[in-house]
Design a protein around this ligand. Sequence first.
Ligand code: FEO
Ligand code: CA
Ligand code: CA
Ligand code: CA
Length: 623
Amino acid sequence: MKKRSTRPESFEDVLDAYLARRGFLKAGLALGAAAILPGCSQSDDKQPSGEPPLSTLSFTELPHDLNEHFAVAEGYDAQVLVRWGDPLFENMSGFDPRAQTAQEQERRFGFNNDFIGFVSLPLGSSSSDHGLLVVNHEYTAPQLMHPGSPLGTQLSAAQADVDIAAHGLSVIEIKRVDGQWQQIKNSQYTRRITPNTPMKVSGPAAGNTRLKTIISMDGVHTLGTYGNCAGGVTPWGTILTGEENVDGYFNGDASQTSEAENYARFGVDVTYKNWGDYHPRWNFQENPNELLHMGWIVEIDPFDPNSTPRKRTALGRCKHEGCNIYITDDNHVAAYTGDDQRFEYIYKFISRDRYDPNDREAAMRLLDEGTLYVAKFHDDGRLSWLPLVYGEGPLTEANGFRSQGDVCIDSRKAADLVGATPMDRPEDVEVNPVNGRVYAMLTNNSMRAEGQTDAVNPRAHNAHGQIVEFWPESGDHRDATFRWDLFLLAGKPGTVPTKYHPDISESGWLSCPDNCAFDLHGNLWIATDGAEKSGVADGVWASEVEGPNRALTKRFLRTPIGAELCGPFFTPNNETLFVSVQHPGGDSSFDAPDTRWPDFDASLPPRPSVVAISKRGGGPVGS
Ligand code: FEO
Ligand code: CA
Ligand code: CA
Ligand code: CA
């Protein structure tokens, strides 16, 4: 049985249990934790019996507001760690946004940072002061990148190449010295991954004839990743990154290709890039199957800058928000992913083989073999995981599937056929390592009509989203049946039906949950993308998940105007919370931005940046 959270005896126990749940190596950790967390023991044993336990979220709540600045709760420091355009390698000049080149951008921090993963150095340690930061650069906002380039302007050939180079991921080495994080620029690990980085397709769809294109003779070799939204860190120290809105990068007419049916179901509705004007790879008529190379979870080994990232096709192809791993009691890998579009699905993958913490090479093959499932939520509180297996049920040649590779390439269609539950835009889906329950951020769904509601998506015209919790009653994540519950229904109380703890403050409500993280107590930290539509800045809220303070959400930080908040990620000791401020300035322009955060320099536009938050005087963030 997975334990439901019991109040731990000491912080050391909490850290130990947390890391064990995540499957991380724990060698030497007990001593390390004691050294890292002086004086942080829990106060249960000091309380008179019968008193409710003290909240593990004792920070002073930050009020709602909406302005040019980033703000965090009183008593916390926010250090801007790395910004779009910052040089990542040694001996590079400062950033001049008026003199951008693709060659330069390939060596600088990309645009619109989203997911953040921190992996300790050395590999296998749980250092909280030294590690690799891996950051997604989801997309670009050319109107904020180039002078004289209003929203919607087509990119020139040179701008398109800069734009391409500003996508992908960055890997940097960082170290905390005297309380300040700094990048190690002569690091052997520094890497920019772009849409042109050589990669390989692995798993059931590798070599599928449908994947043979002008960039791939064999359907195995491929190039690059883009639209990288959220992701996860595996217990073996690799990064999983989700390819999400990959359809908008193409010119031409998808309906006139041999993949027209797939593309219609995948959704190819908007063209927001004209890369295809300059590169045939992104033109449907010249390269009709390129889009089948996209929409996967990509695994990257940040410890080897020469490693070839792998597209893990066994996890299905859709508009993946991210992917988070949980090691089951018998050491199988459970991987949870959300498909972020209105009425799309939540998936679970269970590895065929077991994870062996002493065999990293084998661990890097675990996501290639296993079973993919999709979630059906019943109104009575049950959740059925429906297998997507070639040859089973409707997934046969009669419906166009000729292999498991086809099932993976067409996973949305397969999920439709087995009867999965269409959700209100699944974003992060992540297991709480303390209580073993899964939490899914459903961000919103304006298109859900009155007659389309169900118990798990209970509001029509859902502008604010909800958080759903689900768990295997036996504690075994391989179970075919789980239970589920609504953790909260977001939005401003009084304006729409909501569900929170009744005691939330004026600033406790949130809207459009997107990413999440868990601290050592199992508290849920929620990042939002869309609160501004309700008149307040996006940011982070934290909540206990069990006990008398369940769903008592408290605002912890605010983004500058126009920005969403992504990628909250804690160091193992919780003393630093990394957050991603994406698209500050929103739809305003380089020449007349709504904010110039974080530089506030009249010669610079606002810049998407990663911020490191820590408690003044030390100690875990939040408590
Ligand atoms: Fe890129 Fe699902 O947000
Ligand atoms: Ca997201
Ligand atoms: Ca997360
Ligand atoms: Ca988002």
